[in-house]
Every structure is written in structure tokens, then in C-alpha cells.
Design a protein around this ligand. Structure first.
Ligand code: A2P
Length: 295
């Protein structure tokens, strides 16, 4: 088991990724983002997760530079946004993210949402074209590892029909009350590292009575229990906070171990905190239009 936040998972292409990430979904751009990223790096995080769709890449990059921590000491993930699907738009999207972040390489680049049958009958072809753009930028040395986010097994298997390079990560919603054990197991058995977005259920899980009881038992905060639950499930958590004290608190999860009975209590909780964003329902396409040319 991990003993510090700089311990790593090894991706199937050999790249090492720190076992705790700092999430930036819903972190507003500007000073708040820059200061939060600096606080995370000061607290010892060496893995930051952002996305073109979060509209804060420029501030993530600025926070990283202002922190004084060397670029090569930080694992930086960003994601491809749905409106850039297709080969040449994907290449342009990578170039745009590099510019926003102010870096010449991305450690991990993820497809943010799959194109799915419900929104596009030719979803397989669209995902394959996007992936060819990923592979080109990987081969050109702009990206160190390629992955997906919110993919179901059917989307991964379809991608692998034409992919030269397999995705090494799947980032999915994961927290007490919605921990998707079948999907996690399938991806892990398939050789992928599973990352968990919203490991605190966007904060909704923190007031739960079961989590509070376990937190009291270990003398830990509810957030620390959720983050530890992910780690002990073999999942890489990426909690988000814009408060320096919480950012530091969320990383103090390596000095205790949840007993089997407490893991079970969390695993058998009623559903809680589910975002309602199920990939098969094409939530991003529904919210943002999802109309684009495939080239
Ligand atoms: P804030 O950014 O104001 O600290 P998730 O990572 O699951 O998306 O959850 C993020 C939410 O949880 C945010 O609303 C964040 O608020 C809140 N949060 C993060 N860490 C803590 C903590 N240690 N205690 C309480 N709330 C937290």
C-alpha cells in the first residue's frame, strides 16, 4: 500500500503517476485557481488534473510556474474537449492546451467523454478519429501517456478495434455511494489504472452518517475517509478544494488504514452523491450541443 502521496502507480506504458492527484473541476479560473494550485504544490501534491473543458488550464499552468516547483517534478493531466472530436481538431486541441498550460508536453491526455450511440450513430468512427490524433501527438513526444475518461467497457473495446496504442487510464466518477465496482474491476483487469473524479461526491458525501461514524473512529475528517477509501480500492483519487487547509488535510491519508469492516460499511452504503452524468446518456453532448464536423 502507498505510504506517501508521491508514491506511484505504474501505467502500462511504464510511465509513473503519483497516487494522489489534485483535482480542479469547478475551480474558477483566475487568482483562485492559481493560488489553489500553488497551495497544492506547497502541500506536497505532485499530480494536477485539469481539462480544456474546465476553462482553467492557463491558471493551472501559471500556478505551477509561480510555485517554483520544476515542471518535470509535476505530473500534469489535461483532457480533450468534446467539441474538438476528429483527427485534425484533436491535434489543434493538444497544441491549444500546451499553449494554455505554458508547457511543451502533457504527462497524461484523456478523452474527456466518449462519443456514444445515443448522440451519434457513427460514434465508433468518431472516437477512432479522435484517438488517431491522440496517437500522433504521443508519437511526436507531446504527450507521455494516453487515456480516456467516462468510458464504459463497450467504448474501450470499440476503440481498441482500431487503436495502435491502448488507453492506459480510465478516469471515472468514484466515491462512497457511487463507486462502480464492476467498471473499476473490468478496467483494472484490462490493465488500466482507474482514476476517481469527485472522490468526495462533490462534497455531498461528507455529511453522511456512516462516513461521519468511521471518521470519528479513526480521528480523521470525512474527506480523508473518502480519499482513503479510493486508495484502498486501488483507485487514484483527485480531490478538489480551493481552501489551502482542506487541500493539505486531503493529503493526510497515508497514516491510517481502513479495516475490512469499514471498507464493507462504505461499500454497502445506499447510493449517494451520484452526479447523474452517465456516459451512455451522452451528458456532455446534451449539455454542450455536441455538434461538430468529423475530419
Ligand atoms: P471547497 O473547494 O470550497 O473546499 P470533489 O473532489 O468530490 O469534487 O469534491 C469537491 C467539493 O468538496 C468542493 O465543494 C470542496 O469545496 C469540498 N471539499 C474538498 N475538500 C474538503 C474538505 N476537506 N472538507 C470539506 N469540504 C471539502
Amino acid at each position: 500500500m502507498f505510504t506517501s502521496m508521491t508514491d506511484t502507480f505504474t501505467l502500462s506504458n511504464g510511465v509513473k503517476i503519483p497516487c494522489l492527484g489534485y483535482g480542479t473541476w469547478q475551480t474558477p479560473s483566475g487568482d483562485i485557481c492559481r493560488e489553489s494550485v500553488k497551495a497544492a504544490l506547497q502541500a506536497g501534491y505532485r499530480h494536477i488534473d485539469t481539462a480544456a473543458g474546465y476553462a482553467n488550464e492557463a491558471d493551472v499552468g501559471a500556478g505551477l510556474r509561480e510555485s517554483g516547483v520544476a515542471r518535470e517534478d509535476v505530473f500534469l493531466t489535461t483532457k480533450h474537449w468534446i467539441m474538438n472530436r476528429g483527427y485534425s481538431k484533436t491535434i489543434a486541441a493538444v497544441e491549444a492546451s500546451l499553449k494554455e498550460l505554458g508547457t511543451d508536453y502533457i504527462d497524461l491526455y484523456l478523452v474527456h467523454w466518449p462519443c456514444v450511440e445515443k448522440s451519434h450513430p457513427n460514434w465508433k468512427e468518431i472516437n477512432a478519429a479522435t484517438w488517431r490524433g491522440f496517437e500522433k501527438m504521443y508519437k511526436d513526444g507531446k504527450i507521455r501517456a494516453l487515456g480516456v475518461s467516462n468510458y464504459l467497457p463497450e467504448h474501450i473495446l470499440a476503440l481498441e478495434e482500431t487503436a495502435e496504442i491502448k488507453p492506459v487510464v480510465n478516469q471515472i466518477e468514484f466515491h462512497p455511494g457511487y463507486y462502480q465496482p464492476a467498471l473499476v474491476k473490468w478496467c483494472q483487469d484490462h490493465g488500466m489504472v482507474v482514476e476517481g473524479w469527485s472522490p468526495l461526491g462533490c462534497g455531498a458525501v461528507l455529511k453522511d452518517a456512516t462516513i461521519a461514524k468511521i471518521a470519528a473512529k479513526y480521528g480523521k475528517s470525512p474527506a480523508q475517509i473518502c480519499i482513503r477509501f479510493a486508495l484502498q480500492s486501488g483507485v487514484l483519487p483527485m480531490p478538489k478544494s480551493t481552501h489551502a487547509d482542506r487541500i493539505a488535510d486531503n493529503a493526510r491519508v497515508f497514516d491510517f488504514n481502513l479495516a475490512d469492516e469499514d471498507m464493507l460499511a462504505i461499500q454497502t452504503m445506499p447510493p449517494l452523491g451520484y452526479s447523474t452524468y452517465h456516459p451512455a446518456e451522452a451528458p456532455a453532448d446534451s449539455l454542450f450541443g455536441g455538434v461538430y464536423d468529423l475530419d
